[in-house]
Structures are given as structure tokens and as C-alpha cells.
Design a protein around this ligand. Structure first.
Ligand SMILES: *[C@@H]1O[C@H](CO)[C@@H](O)[C@H](O)[C@H]1NC(C)=O
Ligand SMILES: *[C@@H]1O[C@H](CO)[C@@H](O)[C@H](O)[C@H]1NC(C)=O
Length: 394
């Protein structure tokens, strides 16, 4: 076929795709579509799940207490409390009703409060793999909740709402007898925005927690939109850079900001940030931005020259000297470890707590926390690997 015959159809296709794209971006500025795009809570994988039967989704029978949690503003959240395998394996056969063991589990083992990402539910297979690893390899209980508007939970998602949900889960664990210092807050993807805000809130109230782990985080939703790839492939906002102010208009219209970066200065507990280099949904640079935000106040400031073109040689040398000082300060502060083929770990201590960045070679987006090698790093950092009762910090 001659190229001239191809051109009109190519042009039509281009016009159609361009039109659809314009509509999609226009819709993104409306609150309804924004909510559905960010939370994707209408995608209830696995479809038609029977949440009262967690063993249908990969957990052992009677290892999980399925229940409904009530939030301070009276929403009802579908929740699973999953026993530490150490406790579960010590039970007689058949195992008793797990509800009767919640309090004992909370007093004897650490608990991971798991705050999942957008789309799907707590019964989604990648998430169940996290619970299995946390309860077996790390000997911890897991509390997994579905935020408002997700799974069978009531209500509609919102930034404030999800933070209330996370707080309700925290309060429930404390009511069951868990100590704050035995609760590790673990967020994944969108859940890192929730986790960081919960950690900041607890820090504001001088409530101690074991730590907060941000897996595949983003620095803020507006930054994320700029780098987000649909299905890990198609950059959402890239074409917008051709239209002046279009990207800014979307950012401005954004009602759900989840600005983790601005929560950073309030977080007083131990922090671990984790990202896989091959995460095609959220680029790992978001984790570096967050880590650098924790680091920033320890580094000497730089006077950025306003008009670089007018700099004299002398100005230049003072400027580059400042940059060198900053690099030196950073390398003095950081403890750098490389575990071949697994991870690069950078860490520093900041007023008696550690901030750690783990860049994993593999793991993608959904499975980033499930590798044994990473679990060991996590367990060692947060005192979970010895197992059994030793895992509880006195
Ligand atoms: C909370 O919600 C339930 C229904 O989900 C309703 O029956 C109850 O009256 C509500 N309570 C308050 C204090 O609003
Ligand atoms: C689970 O618990 C119920 C009682 O709550 C018991 O009848 C059943 O046998 C248990 N199943 C297993 C596999 O332990």
C-alpha cells in the first residue's frame, strides 16, 4: 500500500486518540473522576470475594479473625487480624476461633499494621503474600484493613477519611492490648501517603511506634501524576507538557494531595523507605526525593546564584566548594551497604532514630516487600527476626 493511502487513517487515529486523551485529562479535573482515578476503589479484585473466609485467599484456616472496624466518624471497615505463625503453629488441632486469641497475640508478638495501595482489596493475592511473609518469616501479627469505599467497607474514600481509617486500626490494636512500640506501620504505594500521615499524627501526639515503612512510595500525588505511567507503560502527563499550564491546572484541581513530603518533618520515629528499581508504576526517584527530604536539614545550605551568567570565576569556585562540602557532609553521614544482586542500603541516624533507604534490584511494584532478602533487612532493622517472644521489645 502506498504511503499516501496510509496517511489519512493515521491522521484520523491520531485525532481520535488525541480527543479521547483531552477528554480523559478534562475529566481528571472533576472531583468524581479524580476520586475514582486516584483510589480505583471500584476495582474490587478479587471480584465477589467472601471476606469472612480468608482461607479461600491463601491464609490457613482459623489463622485470621475477620471483623468490622468502626472509625471515629462511624464508617465500617472490613478488616482481617492475622495471627503470627508462631502462635498459630502452637495451637491445638483443630485450632480455636482466632477471635479468642487476638488479645494474647497483640501482647506477645509485634503487629504490622498494613495499609494497602489503591485498587483491589485486602484479599488480593499480592497482598496476601505480604501477610504470609510478615506472619511467618517475620513472626508478626498483621492487621489489614480495607479503607472506606474499598471492598465491603462503607463510605467513600478521601484523604482525611483514609487517615481516620488508619487511626481507627491503630486505636483498635491498642484496645486489644498491643503496645505502640510493638506496632510497625507498613504502607504500600498509595498506602504510604496514609502511613506517613498516621506516623506524623502519632509523632505530634508523642505516641511511640516501632517504625514506619514506606514501600513504593510517591513524594506527593501532584509529583506522581507528572511521572505516573498507566499500566506501567504510558506516561499520563507527558503529552501535557506541550500545552502551557495544562499540567499545573490538573495539579491545582487536585483535591487528594497525599503530600508525603510535607509530612516528613513531623515524623519522629524510625523510617524505612523501600523501592524496586524496576517499579514501572512509580519511579524509584520518588523514594530518593523522600529520603533526601529527611537528610536535608543535616546538610549545609547552598547559596544558589540568581544569575549564573553573571558569575565571576571567584563566585564559581565558592559555589562549587559549597557543593563539595555538601557531598562530603552527605558521605560522612550516610552508612552505605551494597548486597550484590539484591539491594543498595543507605542509612543515617538523626536524633536517635534511623532513616533507611533500600533500593531493591528487583520486585516491581506489587511484590516489592515480599522477597526474603528484603524481609531479612526489614526484620533486622525493626527487631522482628529472632522470632517468638524475643521479638517483643521490653
Ligand atoms: C453509625 O452507623 C450505623 C449504620 O452503619 C447507624 O445505625 C448508627 O446509628 C450510626 N451511629 C452514629 C453515632 O451515627
Ligand atoms: C476452626 O475453628 C472452628 C471453631 O471456631 C472449628 O470448628 C474448626 O474445626 C477449626 N478448623 C481448623 C482447620 O482448625
Amino acid at each position: 500500500m502506498a504511503i499516501s493511502n496510509l496517511l489519512p487513517s493515521a491522521r484520523t487515529a491520531f485525532a481520535i486518540w488525541g480527543g479521547l486523551y483531552a477528554i480523559a485529562i478534562g475529566l481528571l479535573t472533576t472531583p468524581y473522576f479524580q476520586r475514582h482515578t486516584i483510589y480505583l476503589n471500584a476495582l474490587r479484585f478479587p471480584w465477589g470475594a467472601e471476606y469472612h473466609l480468608p482461607h479461600k485467599y491463601g491464609l490457613s484456616p482459623n489463622k485470621t479473625f475477620p471483623f468490622q472496624l468502626t472509625t471515629s466518624d462511624n464508617e465500617t471497615l472490613g478488616s482481617w487480624f492475622i495471627l503470627s505463625d508462631d502462635l498459630y503453629q502452637s495451637l491445638p488441632v483443630p485450632a480455636p476461633n482466632p477471635e479468642s486469641l487476638v488479645s494474647e497475640a497483640c501482647r506477645q508478638y509485634p503487629t504490622i499494621l498494613f495499609l494497602h495501595g489503591n485498587a483491589a482489596t485486602r484479599a488480593y493475592s499480592a497482598r496476601v503474600q505480604h501477610y504470609s511473609a510478615f506472619t511467618s518469616r517475620l513472626h508478626a501479627n498483621v492487621l489489614a484493613i480495607d479503607y472506606r469505599g474499598f471492598a465491603e467497607s462503607t463510605g467513600q474514600p478521601s484523604e482525611e477519611g483514609l487517615i481516620l481509617d488508619a487511626r481507627a486500626a491503630w486505636d483498635w490494636l491498642i484496645e486489644q492490648g498491643a503496645k505502640g512500640t510493638d506496632i510497625l506501620i507498613v504502607g504500600h504505594s498509595l498506602g504510604t501517603g496514609v502511613s506517613a500521615n498516621l506516623a506524623a499524627q502519632l509523632s505530634d501526639e508523642n505516641i511511640a511506634y516501632r517504625g514506619v515503612v514506606l514501600m513504593s512510595p510517591f513524594s506527593s500525588i501532584s509529583e506522581l501524576l507528572k511521572t505516573y505511567n498507566i499500566f506501567g507503560l504510558i506516561p499520563l502527563m507527558k503529552p501535557l507538557h506541550m500545552i502551557p499550564y495544562a499540567a499545573n491546572a490538573i495539579t491545582w484541581a487536585l483535591a487528594h494531595k497525599f503530600d508525603t513530603l510535607s509530612a516528613v518533618p513531623r515524623i519522629k520515629g524510625e523510617v524505612m523507605i523501600v523501592h524496586a528499581e524496576n517499579d514501572w508504576d512509580i519511579p524509584y526517584e520518588h523514594s530518593e526525593v523522600l529520603f533526601n527530604a529527611f537528610l536535608e536539614k543535616h546538610l549545609p545550605a547552598i547559596d544558589v546564584p540568581r544569575t549564573p551568567s553573571e558569575l565571576s570565576n571567584q563566585d564559581w569556585s565558592s559555589f562549587s566548594a559549597q557543593i563539595d562540602q555538601r557531598k562530603d557532609a552527605k558521605s560522612r553521614l550516610l552508612r552505605h551497604t551494597e548486597i550484590e544482586h539484591l539491594a543498595v542500603v543507605d542509612e543515617f541516624t538523626d536524633s536517635s532514630r534511623d532513616v533507611t533507604l533500600v533500593l531493591l534490584r528487583q520486585g516491581g511494584h506489587d511484590y516489592v516487600g515480599t522477597q526474603e532478602g528484603f524481609q531479612d533487612i526489614l526484620g533486622a532493622k525493626f527487631g522482628l527476626v529472632r522470632g517468638g517472644k524475643h521479638a517483643i521489645k521490653e
